[in-house]
Design a protein around this ligand. Structure first.
Ligand SMILES: C[S@@+](CC[C@H](N)C(=O)[O-])C[C@H]1O[C@@H](n2cnc3c(N)ncnc32)[C@H](O)[C@@H]1O
Length: 224
C-alpha cells in the first residue's frame, strides 16, 4: 500500500514515521508513506498556497490550484483521495477496514481557516475524526494512517487486531498482567486457571457486558 500525505507542515510527521509499528511496517515494505509539501505545487511567488477569504472574515484559506495540481499529479486509477475535514463523515474502525483494501490513499491536510470550497469537487471522501476543531489536518492524517496501517497483514499480530474494540461492534475484553494482585485488586481467577475454553467464554461475556455498559449504541449498530 502507498499513502501520500499532503501538508504544509511535513516536520510534524517526523516522530510518527520513525517510531514503533509504523516504522516497522515501512521497514518491512508493507507500506510506503510519502509526506509531500503542498508548496511544491504552488505556481505563485514564494510558493504561496493560501489567501484571504472572499467576502471577508478571519483566517487564511487554502487555494484550489496547489491542492488540485497535487491531486492531478499523484492520483492513479486505484487511488482514493481523502480530505481531512471537521464537516466530513465521522471516522470509524469500519471505515479503516475499507481503506485498508485500497492500494493508494492520498490524504489532504488543511490548515488555518480551511479549504476553498471548490476543492471538495476533486476528492472522493471527506473524513472528520470527531466533533471538535483541530488547528490542522496533520493529526487526523496520522490517525487515519495509523489505524489503516495496523490492519495490513504483517503489521501487528493478527490476534490483537481481531479482538480489538469495534471489531464485531464490541469493545475489547479487560486485560491484566503481572502481578496477580495489586493493592488488593485481584486478576479474575479464570485468567489464571489455564482453561482456554473458559477464558474464551469469560472474555466474550466481558466484551458484551462492557459494550452494554459503555457503548450500548454499538450493539444496535450490528449491520454497520
Ligand atoms: C481550523 S480547521 C478549519 C475548520 C473549518 N473552518 C470549519 O469550521 O469547518 C483547519 C483544518 O484542520 C483539519 N481539521 C480540523 N479539525 C478536524 C477534524 N475534527 N477532523 C478532521 N480534520 C480536521 C482540516 O484539515 C481543516 O481544514
Amino acid at each position: 500500500m502507498k499513502i501520500d500525505i499532503l501538508t504544509l507542515f511535513p516536520n510534524m510527521f517526523q516522530g510518527f514515521l520513525t517510531e514503533s509499528i509504523i516504522k516497522r511496517a515501512i521497514e518491512k515494505k508493507l507500506v510506503e508513506i510519502n509526506i509531500i509539501d503542498f508548496r511544491e505545487y504552488s505556481l505563485l511567488k514564494h510558493k504561496r498556497v493560501d489567501d484571504t477569504p472572499y467576502g471577508g472574515g478571519a483566517g487564511m484559506v487554502l487555494m484550489c490550484e496547489p491542492v488540485v495540481r497535487a491531486i492531478d499529479d499523484l492520483r492513479r486509477d486505484d487511488s482514493l483521495v481523502i480530505l481531512t475535514c471537521p464537516q466530513g463523515k465521522t471516522y470509524q474502525e469500519s471505515v479503516a477496514r475499507k481503506l485498508k483494501d485500497y492500494h493508494h490513499l492520498i490524504i489532504i491536510c488543511g490548515h488555518y481557516e480551511g479549504y476553498d470550497e471548490r476543492i471538495r469537487n476533486f476528492v472522493d471522501l471527506e473524513i472528520s475524526i470527531g466533533d471538535y476543531i483541530l488547528t490542522g489536518g496533520e493529526i487526523p492524517a496520522m490517525a487515519i494512517t495509523d489505524s489503516v496501517v495496523r490492519l495490513i497483514d504483517g503489521a501487528i499480530n493478527k490476534e490483537s487486531s481481531t479482538d480489538d474494540s469495534y471489531t464485531n461492534n464490541l469493545l475489547d475484553y479487560p486485560t491484566y498482567t503481572k502481578p496477580a494482585e495489586f493493592r488488593g485488586l485481584k486478576v479474575p481467577d479464570v485468567l489464571l486457571s489455564g482453561n482456554h475454553k473458559k477464558i474464551k467464554e469469560y472474555r466474550l461475556n466481558e466484551q458484551i457486558k462492557k459494550t452494554k455498559e459503555k457503548r450500548p449504541d454499538l450493539l444496535e449498530d450490528k449491520n454497520d
